[in-house]
Design a protein around this ligand. Structure first.
Ligand SMILES: [Mn+2]
Length: 449
């Protein structure tokens, strides 16, 4: 039933060897610029709740995950020294309270010099002896976990690695393709639950079952919004009761494969034809924006282009009147669409480096009228990003237009009609190519069962 999301997948193994080579050369550069000889990448550890003996769910260091598909291996280290096989200090405690990591297995194992340790005390012996030539990359809460290494997350090295992560390796593209497929299967199950009249809570669980994730395994908290809830951009409440009347359903939910996320949004009409037509219009607008994605395009321009296209949708659907420039300048489009067009995608759902102009740490600000845009770079081949335009009735924002030049451009009667539906967002994950693009999400839906 499931595609092969495991670390035995031979198709991924074939790509992984080259991925490790690319990572090694990125770290060579980072170490050279930082004037260090070894990168020690700490996987991280779960954190205790205040005054409690329970831990919050473990979130691994994304730098560790970029090296190996090990998303649940706390207290472990990768030691990278240029020219040497990377060393993996693999922490497998003697512990009868918890499930401990099993023996290393999978396509990644051949690429590491693996040292299994059963206690923290055994780790130091596997660290490079010249500690002063090491840097640690990771979140260190307890100084004893540095083993005497004093340089922690030097900015020079981090900037180089974060800038580079904007470009995905062929291995990462394949993993992201799989995570879109996994997410698409969940979206299918969620839509079926919605059609069956399920509550948000039950739709959420139908989704989790289909993607085979527990809540903490989801790359971000699912947004499962019925009716007017769709207007709350980060609605994660999960109402336990089904509404009396079903009008609309917005679901923003992803999945992960080996720590790489998909980030997908779809919106459905229960039976209202007018709302269904508006979704279809937004869907064709979204696809038209996706068609503009290619290397060399400035993502800030795409975002502003999208506002112009949204202005046309607002006029056609009688939500607003006026020419596109006026609707942009008076803030009408921003009131209906108050978030960014999208962001980089990878290990982090909002992946690092979205504002980076170069590996030296120079940044590019979002346009002043669009402060929520999270990606301001010129697109390059093999970036993977989201395209997620939206259109909502958010009264807090629309009311701000009253008494301004924008007020007369809004058709308040149509706003009243749309309000009970909340809003619309459609989001795909897109790979940038030289004169083209691949829509990982549409491809996934086309092949999802
Ligand atoms: Mn997104």
């Amino acid at each position: 039933m499931y595609a092969d999301y495991s670390d035995k997948n031979p198709a991924l193994g074939a790509f992984y060897a080259r991925h490790i080579e690319t990572l090694a050369s990125r770290h060579d550069q980072a170490l050279s610029e930082a004037g260090a000889s070894h990168a020690v990448i700490y996987s991280g550890n779960p954190k205790l709740a205040f005054l409690d003996d329970h831990h919050s769910p473990f979130k691994p260091n994304p730098h560790f995950v970029s090296w190996a598909p090990l998303t649940n291996l706390p207290f472990s280290y990768i030691v990278y020294t240029p020219g040497e096989k990377p060393r993996l200090i693999y922490y497998q405690p003697h512990d009868y309270w918890h499930v401990v990591p099993g023996a290393p297995d999978g396509y990644w194992t051949a690429h590491f010099d693996i040292r299994i340790v059963h206690s923290i005390d055994e780790i130091a012996a596997h660290m490079p002896t010249d500690r002063e030539k090491c840097i640690i990359i990771g979140e260190i809460g307890d100084k004893s976990l540095t083993f005497g290494i004093e340089r922690i997350n030097p900015t020079t090295a981090i900037n180089i690695l974060h800038y580079a992560r904007g470009i995905k390796t062929p291995y990462e593209i394949e993993v992201l393709r799989l995570s879109s497929r996994r997410g698409a299967s969940g979206h299918r199950a969620a839509e079926a639950a919605f059609r069956d009249g399920a509550s948000e809570f039950d739709i959420h669980h139908a989704y989790c079952k289909a993607v085979s994730h527990t809540d903490p395994e989801l790359p971000y908290s699912n947004i499962v919004a019925l009716n007017q809830h769709a207007a709350i951009l980060h609605y994660t409440h999960l109402d336990r009761h089904a509404p009396d009347t079903f009008r609309s359903f917005l679901i923003d939910a992803g999945a992960q494969v080996h720590g790489y996320a998909s980030d997908i949004t779809r919106t459905y009409s229960y039976q209202d034809e007018r709302f269904k037509a508006l979704i279809e219009r937004m869907d064709s607008m979204q696809m038209a924006i996706v068609d503009k994605v290619q290397a060399g395009v400035d993502y800030r321009d795409l975002h502003v282009d999208n506002h112009r296209m949204l202005a046309e949708v607002l006029v056609e659907s009688e939500l607003a009147s006026g020419d596109p420039d006026t609707l942009l300048e008076t803030g009408v489009t921003s009131a209906f669409f108050p978030h960014g067009l999208g962001h980089l995608l990878g290990i982090q759902v909002h992946d690092v480096g979205g504002f980076m102009e170069s590996a030296s740490g120079a940044t590019i600000d979002p346009p002043s009228d669009h402060p929520h845009l999270r990606l301001t770079r010129v697109l390059k081949e093999d970036m993977v990003l989201t395209i997620e335009p939206g259109l909502y009735v958010i009264d807090m924002l629309l009311e701000n237009l009253r008494g301004t030049a924008a007020e007369q451009h809004v058709n308040w009667k149509t706003v009243d009609w749309l309000r009970p539906f909340g809003g619309i967002r459609i989001e795909d994950n897109v790979r940038v190519l030289t004169n083209d693009r691949q829509n990982l999400t549409r491809d996934a839906f086309a092949s999802a069962t």
